[in-house]
Design a protein around this ligand. Structure first.
Ligand code: TGC
Ligand code: FAD
Length: 388
């Protein structure tokens, strides 16, 4: 039975509602994710049957108002849900992050009432799956240089270009696609599955996030109805605002992957004997466990404080970058150090460390790479952008 570390008694800062939500999500992950996730990752398949269950559990759009199918919860509740999901697997948290922060959030924030009512309830239940297309084959860290374009053809927009590395793309019913108009302004378009000229091939052979579907979005003269333009935002700040929400969720989510590794390593160290004693009795193993717990605790404090600021609408993009960067690196190091505590057993699929470790190589890359987040902090400190 999993025990979540809470060394600084952060539970005392949560409401009863937060604890109930976390407990329900934890039980669901134990019941529905843990028994199948290793096999799904080994087989490189997305466990699609979980999508509807996640909808029923309220994993999609927890902070979106109930009127649109969300749960109207605060951002700490969203963070706690992300932590529990990523304890199961980063792919499961990814599915929820994309649907919530990268698809529902922009439709809610930048869409009109018709768009909200058409898409949000279906996305909330998991009846529909969403994707977010920003990255292109030649423009990842620098999305402002994107080449995907649309032209106003009177009755419709004509969309051309390609997006790459898109979570959920092969199964998405609707994709929020960021493209430039004739004036070079970045706008958001809602592109639905089945539109003529639109294809979404899968990217195979990943060693990371094997239980998540990744692919391309290819637009070859796609006629997008005019009502599918998100009316209330223009410029790169549109997609970047979505990323603020998703990066915030990842700052919480990564803690879940780390605590799963820590909990596994601690149990193993107490049971496994070498030289006639549990390996937990050796100072070098205690050092690893103590340092892991210290870093998890610091990450929890960072996430919690960020959540409070987000609830007050005071969390800055640079604070979010710092938390995403710190907490994902912490989780990756935790996965490595925990794996070492298990020796050879740690490399097998009987334990979660290698799966988390491989997943976290994507998590440290997507939603802005580790280095880009450092540069965002550098820019915030100095006032000088070192990107270009
Ligand atoms: P820059 O000139 O600095 O900014 C352009 C405009 O955007 C505004 N802005 C922001 N607004 C809101 N939130 C933020 N975080 C913002 N950052 C910048 C800025 O004020 C400006 O507004 P305006 O009105 O003056 O035009 O932009 P830049 O081209 O120099 O780029 C800056 C940089 C490098 C920080 C940015 O582009 C960046 O973050 N690059 C990383 C790209 C990235 O994170 N891609 C993620 C793709 S999605 C994904 O990975 C999903 S994974 C899904 C899963 O979980 O499975
Ligand atoms: P590049 O931008 O080519 O960077 C390569 C290296 O150069 C990195 O180490 C980077 O830090 C470094 N670098 C780049 N610029 C600078 C600079 N100015 N200074 C210093 N170093 C620099 N994108 C989406 O739009 N939607 C999705 O759903 C999505 N899902 C993803 C799922 C997975 C599994 C993965 C792996 C990626 C996903 N992405 C998605 C794409 C992701 O956001 C990009 O991979 C990421 O932003 C980095 O872009 P890139 O891979 O093109 O790397």
């Amino acid at each position: 039975m999993y025990t979540a570390p809470d060394y600084f008694l952060l539970d005392e800062l949560l409401t009863e509602e937060h604890k109930i939500i976390r407990s329900a999500m934890r039980d669901w992950v134990d019941r529905s994710v843990m028994p199948i996730i290793e096999e799904a990752a080994q087989q490189h398949t997305f466990p699609a049957h979980l999508t509807k269950e996640m909808g029923e559990m309220g994993a999609f759009g927890p902070f979106i108002p109930e009127k649109y199918g969300g749960s109207g919860l605060d951002h700490i509740a969203y963070g706690l849900i992300m932590t529990e999901l990523e304890r199961g697997d980063s792919a499961i948290r990814s599915a929820a992050s994309v649907q919530t922060s990268l698809v529902m959030y922009p439709i809610y924030t930048f869409g009109n009432e018709e768009q909200r009512m058409k898409y949000l309830p279906k996305l909330a239940t998991g009846e529909w799956v969403g994707a977010f297309g920003l990255t292109e084959p030649n423009h990842g860290s620098d999305p402002g240089s994107m080449l995907t374009r649309f032209e106003d053809k009177g009755n419709y927009y004509l969309l051309n270009g390609a997006k790459m590395w898109i979570t959920n793309s092969p199964i998405a019913d609707v994709s929020v696609v960021w493209a430039k108009d004739e004036n070079g302004k970045v706008r958001g378009l809602l592109v639905e599955k089945g539109m003529a000229g639109f294809t979404a091939p899968e990217t195979k052979g990943k060693w990371s996030l094997r239980a998540s579907l990744t692919g391309e979005l290819v637009f070859d003269n796609v006629k997008v109805p005019k009502e599918n333009l998100l009316p209330n935002v223009e410029g790169l700040k549109g997609p970047l605002m979505c990323l603020n929400s998703a990066r915030y969720g990842i700052a919480w989510g990564a803690i879940g992957a780390a605590t799963d590794c820590y909990d596994t390593a601690l149990r193993y160290a107490l049971e496994r004997k070498q030289f006639g004693k549990p390996i937990a009795s050796f100072q070098l193993q205690q050092k690893k466990l103590a340092e892991i717990l210290t870093e998890i605790t610091k990450a929890q404090l960072l996430a919690w404080r960020l959540g409070v600021l987000k609830n007050e609408d005071r969390a800055t993009p640079s604070q979010i970058s710092m938390a995403k960067r710190n907490n994902v690196e912490m989780a990756l190091k935790t996965a490595r150090d925990s794996r070492q505590i298990l020796g050879a057993m740690g490399i097998t699929g009987d334990f979660p460390m290698m799966r988390h470790m491989m997943n976290l190589e994507s998590v440290i890359t997507y939603e802005g790479t580790h280095d880009i987040h450092l540069l965002i902090t550098g820019m915030d400190i100095t006032g000088i952008a070192a990107f270009s």
